[in-house]
Design a protein around this ligand. Sequence first.
Ligand code: HEM
Length: 379
Amino acid sequence: PYPTYNELRGTDPIHQVRFPDGQLGWLVTRYEDAAEVLKDQRFMKDISKLYGGSMDQMSVFTQNMLFSDPPDHKRLRGLAQKAFTPKLIAGMRNHIQEIADELLDPLSDRETIHLIDEFAFPLPIIVICEILGVPAEDRDKFRVWSNSLIEGTSGEIGVSIFEHMNQFIQYLGEWFAKVREHPGDDLISQLIIAEEEGDRLTEKELYGVVSLLIIAGHETTVNLIGNTVLALLEFPEQQKLLREHPEMVPQALEESLRYNGPVEFSTSRWASENLELGGRQIRKGDLVVVSLNSANHDPAKFNDPEIFDITREKSPHLAFGMGIHFCLGAPLARLEGEIAISSLLERFPDIQLNIDKSELEWRPGMIVRGVKEIPLSIV
Ligand code: HEM
């Protein structure tokens, strides 16, 4: 599905981009180079450390583990990690299954469903809202704010994304005030207690971590579910195999992550010194971005990368990143994906795309790869 990447990987694997302000950027498309960038901490995340200053309003959303380097990274990740250990996540299986069943029950006697709106979107949101302790009823608001930040456009005429950011910040501020008065055993309460106990988390970092989890919880697993269903429709023999062997769902999800990962690019990194990458000279301050989906289609790493093959053995894909920023939510995303796909296949013996494939509308923006809606006929 990625002809441009195939070309770049072959002829110009570390592709130079010059921005209008003179900033040099590099797009990395081969697996080996991609893995090197993700692992090498000389590619840093926090540009304010490189040049001084901060990005003000945006910085409320960036003072978190994803945009920081050691030693801050460890402290910020450590606080949230407690809620995302594989053991704690595994303990959520029955509850997530209940949520999936509650969403699917009213759809079961229908002829058509809107997969994204009615199932793939609400499932991970309800789960992340419960972990954080924010009301799941507010999910429509979160969706608007989160989409706005990720897609870089408000989606509403006359409304700037800054308005949405302000509304988001205000909402979180009011929510934190409530939690300070009546803490519970949710993650926000734990983070607030940590903040009050010492200097482990600043006020801005509290906003940063919570908004990151809300956004990550909104923009990723929904597309893992959607993209997996699309791949199973595109490769009916793989769907048949999976229906015959439902125990292969986890493997099918790994292949879906490789074949059509929900996160197209890594977040930006900047070279902290002059260095060499794949034979190119990268200067201190240059921007470096890795195309995860291109790396996952590199024929030097994966045989027949254009084939969706759920029997593929050992697939070290980069869909969740690599190194210290490896996705914190991976165990949760995998569990939600497994429950979602198993439940769909079990309930609906036949699923068909209700529109022509060419009518699928891909979401705008550079970061996520997923479609807006998947209308399905179900039997
Ligand atoms: C980091 C992908 C689901 C929370 C990342 C990164 C990737 C990624 C590629 C690293 C980015 C980089 O190095 O530039 C995905 C995919 C998901 C998913 C494909 C779903 C299929 C989630 C969920 C959560 C989450 C459900 C939490 C609710 C995070 C956090 C980080 C992260 C907190 C930052 C980790 C750090 O910087 O140490 N994710 N993610 N992700 N993800 Fe996910």
